[in-house]
Design a binder for this molecule. Structure first.
Ligand code: ADP
Length: 180
């Protein structure tokens, strides 16, 4: 039985098995939630990201994909670095990139399950610096969480602002989801 939660909070404080980072494709640091995760988790996370770049991911992580590292000093065991698309503005390009946003959520949830995580906390991917409309990322996120074939027993969306928290609850209502 999969449980979906929507809470207001700072994802770096989550006591779950895995947290998801809205990373950029270089894996080498950014602002927003990425900056907060690296600050709170300490240098071990960036060191591991650099190792991934030097070995399995010389060109970084493609948009829509996700990779895992350990979580340094964070309470979580893993950080899953997912790369969402930049919002291109309304139009056909947005429809294409929306699939990549869905992939970013889906691949993160799938990777958490593959690692053996029983709980995963996720931010609103692409909804900050990358400019994706909040109501749309909420629908894409909740669809991914409900439709993922394999997922941790708990998928918790941790939203950093009251507005984003409301958007996720409104999207859940529109989708008729039973969320806590
Ligand atoms: P992107 O580049 O994918 O847009 P951002 O990090 O800029 O990523 O923003 C993604 C979302 O994460 C935004 O809604 C932002 O408010 C939120 N965010 C920023 N810091 C935190 C945090 N500590 N915990 C949870 N969410 C956060």
């Amino acid at each position: 039985m999969r449980r979906i939660e929507i809470v207001l909070g700072d994802i770096t404080r989550e006591r779950v098995d895995a947290i998801v980072n809205a990373a950029n494709s270089s894996l080498l640091g950014g602002g927003g939630v990425d900056g907060a995760i690296h600050r709170a988790g300490g240098p071990a996370i960036l060191e591991e990201c650099r190792r991934l770049r030097a070995t399995s991911h010389p060109n970084g992580v493609h948009t829509g994909e996700a990779v895992a590292t350990r979580a340094g000093r964070l309470p979580a065991r893993w950080v899953i670095h997912a790369v969402g698309p930049v919002w291109p503005g309304p139009g056909p390009e947005a429809d294409e990139r929306r699939k990549l946003l869905a992939n970013a959520y889906r691949n993160s949830i799938d990777l958490a399950a593959e690692l053996g995580a029983t709980s995963v906390a996720m931010p609103a991917i692409s909804a900050g610096i990358y400019g994706w409309p909040a109501d749309d990322t909420a629908v894409v996120a909740l669809d991914a969480a409900t439709e993922a074939e394999r997922a941790p027993a708990l998928v918790r969306f941790v939203l950093f602002s009251a507005r984003m928290h409301d958007e996720f609850h409104e999207a859940a209502d529109r989708l008729g989801l039973d969320v806590a």
